[in-house]
Design a binder for this molecule. Structure first.
Ligand SMILES: [Zn+2]
Length: 207
């Protein structure tokens, strides 16, 4: 689905949202969904008249499996560089255990056996990737980030959400690694000059 000039939500990916963004030298993908979505994402890329090889960057808003699940396969299929915040990078790489979640979450993640991926790029607050500015919004995970395009398109991951009616939804504090930080980060995002919020869950929000 086309959301704005050069911004698409990849159709058919359940659980978490995946976005494709046109950048100067190709395409940038925001998140990858659960394991098993790589081919669907490539097919969507082709459906808008582009090719898998046009994908330059896969930026992960944070290290949770519903966002990183298809990154290993997608990297193989496209050759894109994988980017994540420096604090969540070691978890993606399998060098550090996920810091949050009870035994159920840990068991669930093990069951899905995500393949570790060594990130190509480690991001921090204030960096730019594919023309998008990185804002570090810790709380949901230590290395949660949002991406901001100059015209007010903001990709917020799980740091600020949408509901199914296109309204802003505050993140559930119980799912946060640090709920005080998560609240402060959500407020920081809300204060950005947003025209279109593209959240990790729920419908995109036109503001
Ligand atoms: Zn999520």
């Amino acid at each position: 689905m086309r959301l704005a000039e050069g911004v698409y939500k990849v159709d058919g990916v359940r659980a978490a949202n995946v976005y494709l963004v046109a950048i100067d030298d190709g395409l940038l993908l925001v998140d990858t969904g659960m394991p098993g979505n790589a081919k669907r994402i490539v097919a969507f890329t082709e459906s808008i008249g582009r090719q898998a090889a046009d994908l330059r960057y896969i930026v992960l808003t944070h290290c949770d499996i519903d966002h990183t699940g298809s990154v290993a396969r997608l990297k193989e299929l496209t050759g894109a560089k994988v980017a994540i915040h420096e604090l969540d990078g070691p978890i993606l790489a399998g060098e550090q255990r996920p810091q949050k979640g009870g035994p159920a979450m840990v068991a669930f993640s093990r069951l899905l056996r995500p393949r570790p991926v060594a990130p190509d790029l480690l991001l921090k607050d204030g960096d730019t990737i594919g023309g998008l500015r990185v804002v570090h919004v810790p709380g949901h995970t230590a290395g949660s980030l949002v991406l901001c395009r100059e015209d007010g398109v903001v990709f917020s991951g799980d740091a600020l959400l949408g509901d199914k009616h296109g309204q802003v939804r505050w993140p559930n504090p119980r799912l946060a690694l640090d709920r005080v930080q998560a609240q402060a980060s959500a407020e920081r995002i809300k204060a950005l000059p947003i025209k279109l919020l593209c959240p990790g869950h729920g419908a995109p929000v036109h503001i």
